[in-house]
Design a protein around this ligand. Structure first.
Ligand code: CTP
Ligand code: CA
Length: 228
């Protein structure tokens, strides 16, 4: 609402938020990663704390500090994130998957640093898909009545608009809410401002918000609150 955060409407609730970007090792010093700073997920965690929740923050390589008051569980990889989120979700009322989770990881990370060879041969890196943590949480419901929330950064393309892609993803994931973030044109990764549409499980828009990541975070909690 306009007085974001002045209602302590999450007192007594435990929320789990994943934030940041996972890193999948190629060798002891290199990884496949992404540009997620964790800012939006950290703002989600901060807003939940302001509203009185107990917050577990599963932080993957955060470029920003975790909010004081959150229980931080630091992770690196998608597999570690999955384990940490599922462990914390066992007694959570809400799980928000704001992390950018790798879709693929190297099958066999090298135990030693990959070296150039004299013959100029280039390594081929075989990848395997990671587990979709959000879809799995939505399917398993680790606690009865648990609300599961996903994020999706989308761009429009020749196959559909941002909202069409978001709707298809909402239907595929089975989460209660999907926060669709239009990226490009100065919005999204690494920028202070954000524009989102919150979709329900059927892909119907239930809220929109534009502003600081804090404003967006409170708009997300406003949309979650009726479900918990
Ligand atoms: N997600 C997840 N586990 C994965 C990949 C994604 O839990 N292995 C979650 C993200 O945390 C986010 C949501 O799924 O909440 C959407 O992520 P996104 O990358 O947009 O969706 P994908 O299903 O991976 O589809 P694609 O990247 O192909 O668009
Ligand atoms: Ca993905």
């Amino acid at each position: 609402g306009s007085d974001a955060g002045d209602e302590r409407d999450l007192v007594g609730r435990h929320v789990v938020v994943s934030a940041g970007g996972t890193r999948e090792p190629l060798d002891p010093v290199r990884f496949l990663g992404n540009r997620s700073s964790g800012r939006q997920g950290v703002a989600i965690a901060e807003a939940a704390l302001e509203r009185g929740a107990r917050v577990t923050l599963v932080g993957a390589n955060l470029a920003v500090p975790a909010p004081p008051g959150a229980d931080l569980v630091p992770v690196e990889t998608a597999a570690q994130l999955r384990d940490a989120v599922r462990a914390a979700a066992k007694d959570a009322d809400v799980v928000v998957m704001a992390a950018a989770v790798a879709d693929f990881r190297p099958v066999n990370p090298s135990g030693a640093k990959i070296k150039k060879t004299a013959d100029g041969a280039v390594p081929t890196i075989e990848l395997v898909e990671t587990v979709d943590v959000l879809a799995e949480l939505a399917r398993d419901r680790l606690r009865a009545g648990q609300v599961v929330v996903g994020f999706a950064a989308e761009t429009g393309d020749e196959r559909g608009t941002v909202l069409e892609h978001g709707r298809a993803k909402a239907l595929r994931k089975g989460a209660d809410l999907l926060v669709v973030n239009a990226v490009g044109e100065g919005l999204g990764f690494g920028t202070p401002d954000n524009e989102v549409t919150v979709l329900d499980a059927e892909g119907r828009p239930v809220a929109t918000a534009r502003g600081s990541k804090r404003d967006v975070a409170h708009a997300v909690w406003d949309a979650v609150r009726p479900l918990v």
